[in-house]
Design a protein around this ligand. Structure first.
Ligand SMILES: *Cc1c(COP(=O)(O)O)cnc(C)c1O
Length: 358
């Protein structure tokens, strides 16, 4: 069975040697040495000022809302993984959707201003499939209306923007290190920020607000990464250049074979940013064609994913007008299998099936 992604597993002996050391030390969680080491290495690798490691990306979003004291309405995109919206709702914020740009699939920055009300406290855009949002325009709006910005950068690991990290934009960015993402720690996530103060407060928050053995100084939750997660991250990070290199090859091959087909639409990339080849989305002319292609692939044991479907404005716990563009893209978009070890023959098979069925 060929799926949209295959979790990268590092050398087992290497991982075991970390496990041996964790067992020998007896220190398995609570900001242990491997969490500290991974935090340091990621800070260097990503060129960011502060990075806090967490249990998962969803909790990173929730902690970001808490640490920024958000309430009222959050302007966000309807075209994302459900966690973007659900974590806002979970934190008691009202998600207010702004439709996406039909070319980039990111929130349409030009429509944000008209969605702002006296209740708006923040903007939560997503760099969908690692494609950088209109960060300058969003920054300008946020400044004008005194709003906070949290970027859901779950797909944007290692993406650069005009010579620096894309993660340096906004009040903070969150990352997901779930097994399905390009860099993973089994489950995991991070909060990235330029503000030392915000980092320090979030660090207390993810450990119940505990400052010392007899001192609880803030409202908190438990969202700490553990040593086994960090060990996986250290192993995967060692191999990341090779992983990205292989993904780039798979990506380029899809683009070469499918890129000139006029009935397919591809994501328009932000020319100021680099790419990480995390996803290969294609948009068909209709949902009917998408379903036909999916069925033809399925017969061969190939299971791409309808990322992202359905559009989040249709969730049962949100209200508001229909997001027509997001809905239309969501109905017609498919993410093709892309991962470092994807066999070229299988990729050729996928390409042939798509060509035959569109
Ligand atoms: C994966 C993902 C998340 C959630 O991250 P987890 O680590 O799985 O909790 C949030 N937002 C987006 C856009 C994602 O793709």
């Amino acid at each position: 069975m060929i799926k949209v992604t295959k979790t990268y597993l590092p050398n087992l002996e290497k991982f075991k040697s970390y496990v041996d050391k964790i067992f020998a030390s007896g220190w398995i969680t609570n900001n242990g040495q491997y969490v500290e080491e991974l935090e340091y290495r990621l800070k260097e690798y990503l060129h960011v000022n502060h990075i806090l490691l967490l249990t998962n990306g969803t909790l990173a979003l929730q902690v970001a809302c808490k640490v920024l004291n958000l309430s009222g309405e959050a302007i966000t995109t309807p075209f994302s993984f459900v966690a973007t919206t659900s974590s806002l709702a979970w934190e008691g914020l009202k998600p207010v959707f702004v439709d996406i740009d039909p070319a980039t699939f990111n929130i349409d920055a030009e429509q944000i201003e008209q969605a702002i009300t006296p209740e708006t406290s923040c903007i939560v855009p997503v760099h969908v499939f690692g494609n950088a949002c209109a960060v300058e325009a969003i920054e300008q709006i946020a400044r004008k209306y005194d709003l906070k910005v949290i970027y859901d950068a779950a797909h944007a690991f290692s993406v650069g923007y005009q010579g620096e990290s894309l993660l340096n934009y906004g009040d903070c960015s969150i990352l997901s290190f779930h097994a399905t993402k390009i860099f993973h720690t089994i489950e995991g996530g991070a909060l990235v920020t330029n503000s030392k103060e915000l980092y320090e407060r979030a660090k207390l928050m993810i450990n119940f607000g505990i400052a010392g053995p007899e001192s609880i100084v803030d409202l908190g939750i438990n969202a700490k990464m553990n040593e086994f997660q960090a060990a996986m991250g250290l192993c995967v990070l060692d191999d990341l250049e090779e992983i990205l290199h292989r993904r780039r090859q798979v990506y380029a091959h899809y683009l070469k074979a499918l890129g000139n087909l006029e009935t397919l639409q591809f994501q328009q990339h932000n020319s100021k940013s680099t790419e990480n080849y995390a996803y290969f989305p294609i948009v068909f002319a209709s949902e009917e064609i998408l379903l036909k292609v999916m069925q033809a692939l399925e017969v061969q044991g190939i299971l791409p994913r309808r990322y992202f479907f359905p559009s989040l404005d249709t969730l049962p716990y949100v209200a508001g007008p229909e997001m027509a563009i997001s809905k239309s893209i969501a109905q017609r978009i498919l993410c093709l299998p892309i991962y470092d070890s994807l066999d070229l023959k299988i990729q050729e098979q996928i390409i042939a099936i798509i060509r035959e069925n569109i």
